[in-house]
Design a protein around this ligand. Sequence first.
Ligand SMILES: Nc1ncnc2c1ncn2[C@@H]1O[C@H](COP(=O)(O)OP(=O)(O)OP(=O)(O)O)[C@@H](O)[C@H]1O
Length: 265
Amino acid sequence: MTQAQLAQGISPLLAVRDVSVVFGGIVALNGVSFDMHKGQILGLIGPNGAGKTTLFNCLSRLYQPSSGDILMDGASILTRPPHRIAEIGIGRTFQNVALFPNLSVMDNVRVGTHARTSSDIISDSLRLAWIRRSESSINKKVHEILAYLDLEDVAHTTVSGLPFGTQKRVELARALAADPKILLLDEPAGGLNHEEVHVLGDLIRRIRDERGMTVLLVEHHMGLVMSIADHVVALNFGKKLAEGTPAQVQVNPDVITAYLGSKDQ
Ligand SMILES: Nc1ncnc2c1ncn2[C@@H]1O[C@H](COP(=O)(O)OP(=O)(O)OP(=O)(O)O)[C@@H](O)[C@H]1O
């Protein structure tokens, strides 16, 4: 999304407003604010301990901010319990993959669709008409996502037997199956080789371009962030250090200083 489009006054899909998180005496986040617009890929960067994971956990409702607010389509998400985030349109993946290892790829993706559907044991056991209808639409959805992410060949394979890169794709499929408005990706490049990171970058961009997805990624892999993000927010010591296009953030003197000493970034 271009700055010109953003300047048209479109209200943000997600607004982080003055969010602070304090753990005991440690201020993990200190008054962080930024907006995310529909269709944007936003990269959240910062050196170790900057507060990225803390903010990610606030967005996915695992942590409750000490102060501030997070609004989605203008309404606070902080009043919603963590297990309802899929219903409000937030999907996520995990740094170390959190799938059901003994289930097939297809069943793991099917779990994602249930995050947005409702049924109960009585309706299920009576196999009421609306349950059958919803089962058939779930199957259709699962097959569509598997085909989209090129996972059809392994649809019936148990997840634990798959390479890590494929497992990460399955996680992405599971998150997409819930039809999120925003996809939160926690270090998606972690544990992937150079070629896999390249493929992942193309995939994230495709998901945005073809499915209109809005993506927030927390990532240490600067090459990936700078090549796919439209907008970058840099944190350091719990505060927002800079934000802007990748090109702007890359040359920001405060960002350069924050990363000095960690040459592996
Ligand atoms: N559960 C917790 N209890 C106490 N302190 C915490 C907790 N989680 C994070 N912190 C502290 O909050 C600060 C921010 O940590 P956070 O994990 O959010 O940073 P990060 O940018 O994700 O770092 P990394 O890149 O190393 O994962 C750090 O000082 C960390 O030690």
